[in-house]
Design a protein around this ligand. Structure first.
Ligand SMILES: C[S@@+](CC[C@H](N)C(=O)[O-])C[C@H]1O[C@@H](n2cnc3c(N)ncnc32)[C@H](O)[C@@H]1O
Length: 204
């Protein structure tokens, strides 16, 4: 596992990252079995988002988040990812009604105000999606809708994520409704990793 995890963090272009995830897709879930991100994010999600919501699982990977959302009764779940290999794995879950091979950080091919909620788990990390991805996620989320995502506490503090997230509050484009305390990520190869779940509401 360590080799695959390290490989994705060492990529320098979206194409390289997609190729690494394509290679990792068939063993990804075995390697990351029991990690806490999807379950903790979904636990927050159910507190804020009604079951009728149209949802985008952005960076859906193999579909672990979608599967948990479906178990909670959500039916309108759509998946977006950079990697076709990961999307093919997610398709096997049978809980997504549409898939999109697109990249966060680039213009997204959705109309304004398309989704009631966007969930992003394990994607705002080193060498993955950048903080300016939030601009497009806000654009495609309906006013009053939610954007819910995981971040490592030190990644939030030591990168441009904190200033970007604060700037979006100052610009009144979204407001923070909840952030969890740090919790253990339960990554076997990286026991030092903690995570937090952030919940924002998009302003009108
Ligand atoms: C660590 S996995 C997390 C997958 C899933 N959300 C989960 O929690 O199991 C990160 C996923 O994000 C995707 N990804 C990375 N950067 C991306 C980007 N800029 N746009 C879209 N997807 C991206 C990868 O292809 C991979 O499937």
């Amino acid at each position: 596992m360590t080799r695959c995890v390290e490989a994705v963090f060492l990529t320098s272009t979206p194409e390289e990252l997609a190729a690494q995830y394509d290679k990792w897709s068939s063993s990804y879930e075995d390697d990351l079995l029991g990690h806490a991100g999807p379950a903790e994010a979904v636990e927050q999600f159910v507190s804020f988002v009604p079951r009728t919501a149209r949802i985008l699982d952005a960076g859906c990977g193999t579909g672990m988040v979608g599967q948990l959302l479906a178990e909670h009764g959500y039916e309108q779940i759509e998946g977006l990812d950079l990697s076709t290999g990961m999307l093919q794995e997610a398709q096997k879950k049978g809980c997504y009604r549409a898939f999109y091979q697109q990249a966060l950080g680039e213009p997204l091919d959705f109309s304004d105000n398309s989704f009631d909620a966007v969930v992003v788990v394990g994607v705002f990390v080193m060498a993955h999606a950048r903080s300016h991805s939030f601009d497009e996620l806000i654009r495609i989320t309906k006013p009053g809708g939610h954007i819910i995502f995981t971040l490592r506490p030190e990644f939030y503090s030591n990168t441009d994520f904190k200033p970007k997230m604060d700037a979006l509050v100052a610009e009144e484009r979204w407001r923070l409704v909840h952030v969890t305390e740090p919790f253990h990520g339960r990554f076997q190869a990286h026991p030092e990793v903690n995570l937090q779940v952030w919940v924002y509401t998009v302003n009108t």
